[in-house]
Design a protein around this ligand. Structure first.
Ligand code: SF4
Length: 251
């Protein structure tokens, strides 16, 4: 890229507005990018294809999330804190934001992350909960948690040895209703059974084994400096397109 064009792009991307807004946006951006290779998988991205998982693991993935998107993501983090205080107030909190950093030889792949909370259910069992911020429309229409969410949950369920739990979706917009939706989850020997209001609505077979196999493939590929094949259906608008084309030596 020529220097003049580079300067112009930097100028366009410069935060705008009051110095206070600029300071906030600069800080937000500095936390997000560039990503680095940490040597660990983050459970939140383990539901992705091997190519995408590789880009995240290798610290190569890019993001086109704008400043508004960063704000929205951060408000999700506040939702976790807000709900942790509710759990504590309701006297059902066993532990919140438990960090984990584990790898071979204890488990086949290195994983680093943080659960939202472990609660105590009315029957006295531990209940591993993940809080997800979303909007009213999604809360109304969602039939079961997305595969990425189930993948993240089953990894934590396995590592923390808590076989039961759930996903609590909370409405982050100010629409009148509904404000929350809860799915119950059970880790059935690595498959995940999803129930809603006492009825089973979905089962994700062999999710844990399939996920660990995919991570293992990426882990071994990375050590052997091999790049996993492109996603079966390469999407034209994928934000990793430039990185992928560069890795595959496409113009
Ligand atoms: S650009 Fe295509 S191959 Fe690369 S991560 Fe996106 S969808 Fe997958």
């Amino acid at each position: 890229m020529n220097k003049g064009l580079g300067n112009l792009i930097n100028k366009i991307n410069e935060p705008r507005g009051h110095w206070l807004e600029k300071a906030i946006v600069s800080y937000q951006r500095s936390r997000q990018w560039p990503r680095k290779h940490t040597g660990f998988f983050n459970p939140s991205s383990c539901g992705k294809s091997t190519r995408l998982l590789y880009l995240d693991y290798a610290g190569l993935s890019t993001s086109s999330i704008d400043d508004r998107g960063l704000d929205y993501m951060d408000s999700g983090n506040w939702a976790h804190k807000q709900y942790a205080s509710y759990f504590e107030g309701a006297n059902i909190l066993v532990a919140e934001e438990l960090p984990i950093r584990i790898g071979p030889p204890d488990i086949p792949v290195p994983i680093s992350g943080r659960t939202d909370a472990i609660l105590r259910s009315p029957s006295g069992e531990e209940f591993l909960v993940d809080v997800k911020g979303t909007n009213a429309q999604k809360i109304s229409t969602l039939k079961h948690p997305e595969i990425e969410v189930l993948t993240q949950w089953v990894l934590y369920s396995w590592i923390f040895m808590v076989p039961k739990g759930g996903i609590l979706y909370v409405n982050r917009s100010v629409d009148p209703s509904p404000s929350r939706k809860v799915f119950d989850l059970e880790n059935d020997d690595g498959s995940v059974i999803v129930s809603f209001q006492g009825q089973q609505v979905h089962k994700e077979e062999c999710l844990l084994q399939n996920t660990v196999n995919r991570m293992l493939e990426v882990y071994n590929n990375y050590k052997a400096s091999k790049i996993p094949p492109r996603c079966g259906k390469c999407i034209l608008s994928c934000e990793q397109r430039t990185v992928c084309d560069r890795l595959d030596n496409k113009p």
